[in-house]
Design a protein around this ligand. Structure first.
Ligand SMILES: Cc1cc2nc3c(=O)[nH]c(=O)nc-3n(C[C@H](O)[C@H](O)[C@H](O)COP(=O)(O)OP(=O)(O)OC[C@H]3O[C@@H](n4cnc5c(N)ncnc54)[C@H](O)[C@@H]3O)c2cc1C
Length: 489
């Protein structure tokens, strides 16, 4: 029998990979982490770092009783019980202990209750580190650390080094090595390296449009004919996990699982490759018929599905006063979060570019946008304006405090669509211990997966900000534990 070079090879040094590597190395395994890019971190490092968990010391310190049972029930309900119960149960049970482990390694969650910026209608996290309701949950389960997602990578990578787990950067893994049905190693840069176990933690496939078409087709429902989906994922999210799964006959599941962000449609140019700024808060969304259909501040976890139910497009409508005021949003702490909001000139630029529409009357604006019933839009605007003095929208219960009326011409509209892939959830099907399964549901010996690369936890419905970081770090830790336990056996 050929000798193993390592007990565990981890493919990808993002959240899931480093969590698996540190856990296994801590338990005495020899570990190699192989990373395609020139630095560690992946999407985890870019993220806001929100971690969803129930029954944590942070919640208790702030007076909230919560439990893994309640978390599990909420999680399965939001996902219509379509996910493998054993895997979701393992996730819900282990999310809080993983968060405590991260705290013990140096990640800081300030013991304070925070909020989304007041009035925020864009996909955003809390205005400060701490605990907040990051989805539709109570008590709050979104834990945002000091230093955002990079904080996890910093503490885990330091710990990895201290434990002597090796790291190879700029080394993209191209193949899994499979002998007699067992995964025994990897190939990278022409080298073969053998290991007792291989963990695939190389993230998702936001950058690969062919894989998106196959595994996340609803992304294209929101894309106008002339456009293409965009993504905020790290450059390494190229779908290598799916290709490795195909190579070794792993069971790929998770069609349409993941998260797409809703955004105003703004043409990307080389000078403006990413979304620029945030839409004003004194705004309403109407559907093709001209009806308002939602509290515009609904969490980004549920907004894509709400938009899909309206035929995948809506229009955001605001007026001249809001454009001129640039609508800087007030945070709960009273400070402003203006840096990201559209400037008055930006709106005019987008009108000139054809992205945004402008008209002197609502009727004309509706005609240009193809909104069927201008009277319905007039009605929705009148109701919104009438509710402003009371501070609460009577239909959708939106908090209207501090918002301006939609009253002064000219009026503006932008298309609002779900086309920006945040994260993907189709991947290698795992069991509750992180083993990868074949299409019969049997374990493929030697093979593990976690994070976006491993399917089972992330569903069609994002349960709230923090779902994916918690999945990566928690399931990565479970993989590290399983590898160490099976090596010892
Ligand atoms: C801007 C942004 C903000 C976000 N905010 C949040 C948030 O606050 N909360 C939340 O829950 N989720 C958030 N998400 C999503 C979340 O960050 C990710 O889904 C999650 O961190 C993915 O972790 P991962 O370990 O699976 O993948 P990653 O962290 O992406 O790590 C995968 C690693 O594998 C490497 N790799 C890829 N292919 C190979 C290969 N063939 N060989 C070797 N290495 C390879 C990649 O380069 C990368 O380093 C956010 C995402 C983004 C982009």
């Amino acid at each position: 029998v050929a000798k193993n070079d390592f007990d565990l090879i981890v493919i990808g040094a993002g959240g899931a990979g480093l969590s698996a590597a540190v856990t296994a190395a801590d338990a005495g395994c020899s570990v190699l982490v192989v990373e395609s890019e020139e630095k560690v971190g992946g999407s985890t490092a870019l993220s806001q770092g929100v971690f969803t968990a129930a029954g944590t010391s942070v919640q208790r310190a702030l007076g909230f009783e919560d439990s893994a049972d309640a978390f599990y029930e909420h999680y399965m309900t939001l996902n219509h019980c379509k996910l493998p119960a054993s895997v979701v149960r393992a996730f819900c049970d282990n999310a809080a202990p993983t968060l405590e482990w991260l705290i013990s390694l140096g990640v800081e969650y300030p013991l304070q209750l925070t909020h989304k910026p007041k009035g925020a209608v864009w996909p955003c996290a809390a205005d400060a580190p701490g605990l907040y309701s990051s989805g539709l949950e109570h008590p709050p389960r979104g834990h945002m650390p000091v230093g955002n997602g990079y904080a996890y990578i910093a503490v885990l990578d330091e710990r990895r080094g201290a434990l002597g787990a090796e790291l190879a950067l700029k080394s993209r893994v191209t193949r899994l090595v499979n002998e007699d049905g067992r995964v025994v190693g990897i190939e990278s840069g022409g080298d073969m390296i053998r290991a007792g176990a291989v963990a695939v933690t190389c993230g998702g496939f936001g950058h690969d449009h062919a894989l998106l078409r196959r595994w996340f087709p609803i992304v294209f429902d929101g894309v106008p004919e002339s456009g293409a989906p965009t993504t905020i994922s790290a450059p390494g999210s190229r779908g290598d996990a799916i290709r490795m799964a195909e190579q070794v006959g792993a069971w790929i599941t998770g069609v349409n699982c993941g998260l797409v962000n809703t955004r105003p449609r703004i043409t990307r140019t080389p000078e403006m490759p990413r979304a620029v700024g945030t839409q004003p808060t004194s705004i309403i969304y109407v559907n093709r018929e001209g009806h308002r259909f939602v509290d515009e501040t609904a969490p980004y976890a549920v907004m894509p599905a709400i938009l899909a139910a309206q035929g995948n497009v809506a229009w955001g409508i605001f007026d001249e006063q809001t454009r001129l005021a640039s609508d800087v949003s007030q945070t709960h702490s009273g400070t402003t979060q203006g840096s990201g909001s559209w400037s008055p000139e930006f709106v005019l630029d987008r009108v000139r570019a054809g992205d945004f529409k402008r008209a002197d009357t609502i009727a004309e604006l509706c005609r240009i946008c193809g909104i069927k019933d201008a009277a319905a839009v007039d009605h929705a605007i009148a109701a919104y304006n009438a509710d402003l003095p009371g501070g609460r929208d009577r239909r959708f219960l939106r908090d209207l405090d501090g918002l301006r009326p939609i009253a002064s011409a000219p009026f503006y509209a932008f298309e609002y669509r779900a086309t920006d892939v945040n994260l993907t959830g189709a991947g290698m099907t795992i069991d509750a211990q992180g083993h990868v399964l074949d299409p019969n549901g049997d374990v493929i010996p030697g093979l593990f997966a976690a994070g976006e690369a491993g399917a089972g936890v992330l569903g069609e419905r994002y349960v709230g900000g923090g779902n994916s970081v918690a999945n990566a770090l928690t399931m990565g830790r479970i993989v590290g534990r399983t590898v160490a336990r099976e090596r010892a056996a």
